[in-house]
Design a protein around this ligand. Structure first.
Ligand code: 2M8
Length: 430
């Protein structure tokens, strides 16, 4: 019947396009986020992209994670970018990072640890059970080493929450939450450099020069001590408790614990229980009841950061919010959605410095919508979850598969034919 076909056609086209994007961004076992703009393997992109691959080819999904973990450092760190093959289109590349002691070219910082969440999903939902068991067994010790690295390198005082030492680690590079702590980073006399991102996308959509100067200052300071994880926490002039990293880590710990039980690793399950228990208590210190929102914290000043960003809803994805906190978050989210054409904006749309086009200072990101939707469902907010899902679907159908979207107009922005948005289409919206 025609009506049904009319609705079905756009989805079919979207899925076809998504498949094509992953295939074209495949560099032989790993997937680049987007041609030109991001020509290497990014950490949390890959873990999310693997969810998309799983709908097409399970073996390829596992391979995506294997390639990422092939670059794991001896100390447990899984780097934020792996420079498998040289590419002249991105800055800063391997020569700036200079991680000479590592087996392969990588950066020396990390990103939100999504991988354990993906491993559990692939393991639980995979059709090829034998493959899933084998791969989960192989990846488990590597995941564990990374999560232990977070506990020691990034929470040496055992507070229950881990530190993020570079805005690039948060994945939300120019979030308004980082304005103040980043402003406190003094710009060093760093070598002159030329940004390459501005050759791919409009400067109105990207971080500003003063932010890049500080991003680079941090890299050079970390490089000066060879990215020694016992030193960075103490020397970094940027040290925040990032909601995104901590919420993703909390959820990833729950999933790693689940895997530990599946694999009969009971002692390890207990070890993870300890981390989760401590984090659970500590999360309350990030909750601002008056704002009905969680907030990131500046560890160097001890202050909660005023900016209300979409990361503030991620404790739902983590399952760490109480029922009361979840209700407040749902109410806040509804208010935000009422202010824009399509949600979820990455920053409070009522804030004076809301910028609907600039990267993590306003635009909608499909991956964040997926995480928050997953959380809303877990807490019983089905209608709100459906609303976010419908907004996301509408954005992709009407504007194509891009890096992010303008919440006021719906227009696609940033890099085109973007892998993690395509993956969300395959793994979530279909
Ligand atoms: C963006 O970050 C990179 C640096 O890591 C950049 O702008 O150069 C962020 O959106 C980050 O979350 C993402 O992983 C990366 C690749 O998609 O791009």
């Amino acid at each position: 019947d025609k009506g049904v076909n009319d609705e079905y056609e756009p989805l079919k086209n979207l899925l076809e396009l998504s498949k094509q994007i992953l295939t074209e961004n495949d560099r032989g076992g790993y997937t680049i986020p987007a041609k030109g703009l991001y020509p290497y393997q990014w950490n949390w992109d890959s873990a999310l992209v693997a969810l998309g691959w799983a709908t097409l080819d399970e073996g390829r999904a596992w391979q995506e994670l294997e390639m990422l973990f092939s670059a794991q450092w001896e100390d447990g760190l899984v780097p934020h970018i792996v420079f498998h093959k040289p590419s002249p289109t991105y800055f800063p590349g391997p020569e700036i990072w200079g991680t000479v002691e590592q087996p392969m070219g990588t950066t020396g910082i990390t990103q939100p640890p999504v991988a354990a969440i993906t491993v559990r999903k692939l393991y639980e939902e995979g059709v090829n059970k034998e493959l899933a068991m084998q791969k989960a067994k192989e990846l488990f010790p590597k995941l564990l080493a990374w999560h232990r690295w977070f506990q020691t390198a990034r929470d040496p005082h055992g507070t229950g929450l881990v530190a993020t030492l570079h805005p690039w680690e948060s994945g939300m590079d120019n979030s308004p939450a980082w304005d103040e702590p980043l402003h406190n980073v003094p710009v060093d006399p760093i070598p002159p450099y030329v940004r390459k991102d501005l050759g791919h996308v409009d400067s109105a959509m990207r971080p500003k020069q003063e932010e890049y100067d500080r991003f680079l200052t941090l890299v050079y300071r970390f490089r000066a001590v060879n990215y020694d994880c016992t030193k960075l926490y103490f020397l970094s002039p940027f040290r925040v408790t990032d909601l995104c990293t901590n919420a993703v880590l909390y959820r990833a710990n729950l999933d790693l614990r689940w895997l530990a039980t599946e694999l009969g690793e009971n002692e390890i399950a207990e070890e993870i229980d300890g981390w989760v228990e401590k984090a659970h208590k500590a999360f309350d210190t990030l909750y601002d009841a008056e704002a009905g929102m969680y907030k990131s914290k500046d560890q160097l000043t001890g202050k909660l950061l005023a900016a209300k960003t979409s990361a503030g809803f991620l404790p739902l994805f983590a399952r760490v919010a109480s029922a009361e906190q979840a209700a407040a978050l749902a109410a806040t989210l509804e208010r935000w959605l009422d202010c824009v054409k399509s949600g979820i904006p990455s920053y409070d749309p009522e804030a004076a410095n809301f910028e609907p086009l600039r990267y993590w200072r306003g635009p909608v990101w499909a991956i964040i919508n997926w995480m928050i939707t997953d959380g809303l469902r877990a807490y019983g907010y089905e209608d709100l979850a459906c609303r976010v899902e419908a907004d996301t679907y509408e954005l992709l159908v009407s504007h194509g598969i891009s890096e992010y979207y303008n919440p006021v107009t719906g227009a696609a922005a940033g890099g085109k034919l973007f892998s993690w948005t395509a993956a969300m289409c395959l793994a979530w919206l279909s």
